[in-house]
Design a protein around this ligand. Structure first.
Ligand code: ADP
Ligand code: ZN
Length: 201
């Protein structure tokens, strides 16, 4: 055996599932977590809380499948819960909505030998890489990039189209639009419509 730094346990790894809305990220996350449970591993799922409270909720996919999850407003609770409950496999859904602190928490979990599986949007509605997801993609051991079906032409969809009162959203539209009717669609690159190209570099 090569004589590297001594360690007491094997490191874990990170699996990232990304793609636009409706591409099946939550379904794929749930599938992997269910299989880990069948393998008698201790599994816990987390997602960001929308109302700033720690509560017991579900990851729900767009076709109605659901899986028990802890909704958190404070990402550091992930470490506390994982240690308290001696969890082996950690699932995180909607990872793009957690603050970037989630990156160091995921790195700690990997160092501790955990299997971490995360799902999130790689791009926001403008086509800009979303929050901590690009960094997590770089750290990942495996990446699964999914497509949805374009709701305009039926081809593979790579983008998430935001609609405000039925019209394609503008690049500079505020994230929260009080009183507006908002909707999101999966669209291919051809059918995706935005008034500005993101400056990415
Ligand atoms: P994500 O987590 O990526 O938003 P989900 O796992 O929640 O995706 O939902 C995927 C499911 O959404 C599909 O299996 C399908 O039943 C449904 N669905 C609705 N609209 C679309 C679409 N435009 N393309 C693909 N699947 C869609
Ligand atoms: Zn299309």
């Amino acid at each position: 055996m090569l004589n590297h730094t001594p360690y007491t346990h094997e490191k874990g790894h990170l699996e990232v599932i990304c793609g636009p809305m409706f591409s099946g990220k939550s379904e794929e996350l749930m599938r992997r977590l269910r299989r880990a449970k069948i393998a008698k591993q201790r599994v816990m799922t987390f997602k960001p809380s929308i109302d700033n409270r720690h509560s017991i909720e579900y990851v729900v996919s767009h076709d109605g499948n659901k899986l028990f999850a802890q909704a958190l407003d404070d990402v550091t609770s992930i470490l506390t819960i994982v240690h308290q409950e001696n969890i082996d496999v950690i699932g995180i859904d909607e990872v793009q909505f957690f603050p970037t602190d989630v990156i160091s928490i995921i790195c700690t979990l990997i160092d501790e030998g955990k299997r971490v599986i995360i799902a999130g949007l790689d791009l926001d509605f403008r086509g800009v890489p979303f929050g901590s997801v690009p960094t997590l993609l770089a750290i990942a051991d495996t990446i699964t990039k999914l497509n949805a079906i374009c709701c305009i032409c039926g081809k593979d969809a790579h983008c998430t189209q935001r609609l405000v009162n039925g019209d394609c959203a503008k690049y500079d539209d505020p994230i929260i639009l009080i009183g507006a009717q908002e909707a999101y669609q999966a669209r291919c690159r051809n059918c995706f419509s935005i008034d500005k190209r993101p400056k990415l570099y």
